[in-house]
Design a protein. Sequence first.
Length: 96
Amino acid sequence: MFLIRGMLQTISLIISGKVHGVFYRQSARKKAMELGITGTVQNNPDGSVTIFATGATAALDTFIEWSKKGPPAARVTHVVARKEPLQSFNGFDVIR
């Protein structure tokens, strides 16, 4: 029998605030890898960051909480999290 909380799901996050030039993408990649999350992270032209992340529900919850703070130099003002159709990623990539 499988536990629902262990099932994989995919989310997207849009993080706003001072998140460019503060190692947000690299820090998000490191945190995701620590949590066993795969996906992508990229800067957006409007100054925000977009993340697609696939992992276990508990790991994603932890990742969302981390994203609200980010690395020490970041100043996150807003995070929008959405459930997405399940996607498969090889690792966690920083898109440049």
